[in-house]
Design a protein around this ligand. Sequence first.
Ligand code: ADE
Length: 243
Amino acid sequence: MKLEIDVITIFPEFFEKPIQFGPIKRARDAGVLEIKLLNLREFAPTPKEVDDYPFGGGSGMILKPEPIKKAIDSVKKEGGTVVLLSPQGVTFNQKLARRLAEESQIILICGRYKGVDERIMKYVDMELSIGDYVLSGGESAALVVIDAVSRLLPGALGSEDSAETDSFEWGILDAPYYTRPRVFDGMEVPEVLLSGDHARIERWRRKEALRRTLKKRPDLLDKALLDKKDLELLEEIKKEEGL
Ligand code: ADE
């Protein structure tokens, strides 16, 4: 299975460098990911005609609907999913990344300026926001989506790495990690990590992942996939932390 990601943008160059690194590059090299950059201006009668003033007045320019529709039609295959990046969309998260990684084609439309003509929504399957803040365009948001989705494709991560232990894969944050040196600025690496006792290490990591989540993102615990052992660990943590 291969995922094709088509990006419709007035700044295709924005993506050229970032897609040449890390898991995105590895997924492309492995043949499980193809990224096509479509220059929206090439779908307009003249390059300048991609946007226009809003009817009714107001500041800013609006992306015109015809070039976007033409760009979609030029690449869309049966079953392809059209995604518009905009601050009005549902908030992107790991679950949505996993869902998109199952698709065969995603067409990402990068909004610009003040927005896009509302009539384009007829052709949009999903409107995604990467958070409650306004970016100057959908390009950086599209890059976030491309990154999060690509690394879930088979072969994108090196064998030493795995998406399974990532923060959010189980709905909780990941454990803290340490590397050499064993003592840094007077701070020691937790003894358990040097013990070679894998069962103890695994239990410690799960417990510290839960501790971090409880301290930094308690909201995640309500929806997390927790088993009986996790609930016992959480009780231990609450006692230790005096909660
Ligand atoms: N375009 C502008 N702001 C955005 C956001 N927060 N997410 C996705 N696309 C956007």
